[in-house]
Design a protein around this ligand. Structure first.
Ligand SMILES: [Zn+2]
Length: 142
């Protein structure tokens, strides 16, 4: 009886595993529009981890030989680590993006044209680096 149950369950699991594989292109394409690559990778990770759980279950049920189990599990573990690496890459590049945006904004605010130096005597706007007023020759502050 337990074998029948495992067989039925295993079959259902296989369908569940294979179905998203076949329709992956559609779901990926539509998902890319709405989701970021990071979201996608997180979902991919969840799916693979779920598959590993299912695989463990099938192995426990005796549906998979140790050899097959180790092989498939190794492949899935490899996939997970790849996905995790990609997630890491995205997370660190997002940090980099934030860093770059910060640097750029600092540079932008720092590269403003220097305030013109107003002559205390006649009010003429002189270049900030001028020491004397171009209009009346008065000494400029700063
Ligand atoms: Zn002046």
């Amino acid at each position: 009886m337990i074998y029948l149950f495992c067989g039925l369950f295993g079959g259902a699991v296989l369908v569940a595993i294979c179905k998203p594989l076949f329709s992956q292109d559609d779901t990926l394409e539509s998902a890319i529009i709405e989701e970021t690559a990071w979201d996608l990778l997180q979902r991919k990770k969840e799916i693979i981890l779920g598959n590993i759980q299912d695989l463990d279950f099938e192995h426990k049920c005796g549906k998979l030989s140790d050899e097959d189990y180790q092989k498939i599990r190794g492949e899935m573990a490899g996939e997970v680590s790849l996905v995790l690496e990609e997630i890491d890459g995205i997370e660190s590049s997002q940090d980099l993006d934030a860093l770059i945006r910060h640097e750029v904004s600092v540079r932008k605010s720092g590269s403003h044209e220097p305030e013109p130096a107003l002559c205390p005597s006649c009010g003429e706007k002189n270049i900030a680096t001028s020491k004397f007023c171009a209009e009346c020759g008065a000494k400029l502050i700063g």
